[in-house]
Design a binder for this molecule. Structure first.
Ligand code: NAD
Length: 495
């Protein structure tokens, strides 16, 4: 149960200037430069972070490599590694409110969602992979008599982790938990506008007993720190979540350096397909609104395209509009707020531009599409519903990453599937129907990594999350994620 009084006290705590964590030591950028951090809640100046340099990345990678090579973590008995990672998870759970409030202060997610999605999910993820540490084994292959073939699962070495500003703690945990559990060392680059909770998380890893040099954090811009990590000759794997544009750059960095493996979790434009025979259209309407408007639409799997059967198009859309208009927008640290802040002025301007372009291309704006609460000094946008959106229009194809829902009617199941697939993305989506056959045929027909039936957005650390098409090339979560952070090594013996 969230306690408003505690949240109000935590939000007033001063945030000191932040440093990198390299080889277990907190340190400034090599040239002493810093970056300002502002709050999207009210535009106020929150703190400073170290503006990392390529030299800082070198130092952090060298520390990670040394820690890996001397075996202080990679060769620690698995049962001991498990204990430390479980302690790390416990500390995240114990400090959940502090982490969540700090994170909301620099990223703007409503606290009710942040508390579950950020520390809640991170603790669960760490525990899941910690518990697997001493249960995953190599293989003995079924080879001919007189031979013995072993398949080892070796940690890759040094893993670079680059994460975005929406849900940074949760997404970082999806990567660092399996990477550390597999025995690797990590250099993490937080998003420059939302580093605070990740730095606090790193301090908890240290407190949990993770040896120095095993988890290093270098803050700063993507152009400097991200690029240096991407181009580094001694980083073995890069695990990334963010935009497609940056993902493409990382593949280039890999090609220009040491061919490091790059796992990319990118954007989406997910379809939410509603048939007239949905078991409960009111539940579907609520989930449709929730699936696009929570966290101001800054959710990679947001159901940003409502594809609705023509017979219910008008009534269903009207209901979604009513729900959108009833949502409480405002200070994300008030526990009754349902839509918090848009992360930045830049993101807000981009959202508004998408809406204007959609209208110019023929969409009908039924509600929203405006900046609101400007007097707070923060960045807020009203939930937006655009009707009569065609498959050719920009708003149908491009990710907004804002609270903007487009609506497109369909007549047949085949048309619904075709519309659902008519973007470059393939991250998530949903189908609402009472017909089992329709549910199976639509989920089989949509090219996306994660689909829902008669719900939107449910997930768990036990199942893979990843994209098809230009939504990415890897998966986070589940035991399958271990594969990203190990090399399979075969040993063939004549015996
Ligand atoms: P972004 O690509 O701008 O930034 C992500 C990270 O990459 C940041 O840490 C940034 O500093 C770094 N970066 C930026 N330029 C870089 C460069 N040249 N070299 C190396 N690193 C660089 O993305 P964003 O705006 O922070 O995040 C929003 C995007 O993330 C959306 O597209 C969203 O859909 C996607 N996302 C995907 C998932 C998923 O699981 N698939 C989850 C959350 C967000």
């Amino acid at each position: 149960m969230l306690d408003q009084t505690r949240i109000d006290a935590l939000r007033l705590e001063a945030v000191p200037s932040q440093q990198h964590l390299i080889n277990g030591t907190w340190q400034d950028a090599s040239d002493g430069q810093t970056l300002d951090v502002h709050s999207p809640i009210d535009g106020s100046h929150l703190s400073r972070i170290a503006a990392g340099t390529a030299h800082d990345v070198d130092t952090a990678v060298a520390a990670a490599r040394q820690a890996f090579a001397d075996g202080r973590w990679s060769r620690m008995p698995p049962v001991q590694r498990k204990k430390i990672l479980c302690r790390f998870a416990d500390l995240i759970a114990e400090n959940a409110l502090e982490l969540a409030v700090l994170g909301v202060r620099d990223n703007g997610t409503e606290i009710g969602m942040a508390i579950k999605a950020e520390p809640g999910s991170a603790a669960q993820t760490l525990r899941f992979y910690a518990e697997a540490v001493d249960k995953l084994a190599g293989e003995i292959a079924p080879t001919p008599d007189g031979t013995l073939a072993l398949v080892h699962r070796d940690p890759v070495g040094v893993v670079g982790v680059i994460v975005p500003w929406n849900f940074p703690v949760m997404i970082a945990a999806w990567k660092i938990a399996p990477a550390l559990a597999a025995g690797n060392s990590v250099v993490m680059k937080p998003p420059e506008s939302a580093s605070l909770a990740l730095l606090k998380m790193a301090s908890l890893a240290k407190e949990a007993g993770l040896p120095d040099g095993v988890l290093n954090v270098v803050t700063g811009t993507g152009q400097v720190v991200g690029e240096a990590l991407g181009l580094h000759m001694d980083v073995d794997v890069l695990a990334f979540t963010g935009s497609g544009a940056t993902g493409r750059r990382l593949l280039e960095y890999s090609a220009r350096s040491n061919l490091k493996r790059c796992y990319l979790e990118l954007g989406g434009k997910s379809p939410n397909v509603v048939f007239a025979d949905a078991p409960d259209l009111e539940v579907a309407a609520q989930a449709t609104a929730n699936g696009i408007f929570r966290n101001s639409g800054q959710v990679c799997i947001a159901g940003s395209r409502l594809i609705v059967e023509r017979s219910i198009h008008k009534a269903f859309t009207e209901r979604v509009v009513e729900i959108a208009n009833s949502l409480t927008i405002g200070d994300p640290l008030q526990i009754n707020t349902e839509i918090g802040a848009v992360h930045s002025e830049m993101q807000l301007a981009q959202n508004l531009e998408f809406v204007a372009k959609a209208e110019a291309e023929g969409a009908t704006r039924l509600t929203g599409g405006e900046r609101v609460l400007q007097d707070t000094g923060g960045t807020y946008m009203s939930p937006t519903v655009l009707d009569n959106v065609t498959a050719e229009s920009t708003i149908f194809r491009k990710e907004v990453f804002g609270p903007v829902l487009s609506v497109t009617p369909f007549d047949t199941m085949d048309e619904a599937i075709q519309l659902a697939n008519a973007t470059e993305f393939g991250l998530s989506g949903a189908v609402w129907t009472s017909n089992l056959s329709t549910a199976h045929r639509v989920t089989m027909g949509i090219h996306s990594g994660m689909l829902h039936v008669n719900t939107y957005g449910g997930s768990d650390v036990t199942i893979p999350m990843g994209g098809m098409k230009q939504s990415g090339n890897g998966i986070d979560k589940s035991l399958h994620a271990f594969d990203k952070y190990v090399n399979l090594k075969s040993v063939w013996m004549k015996i």
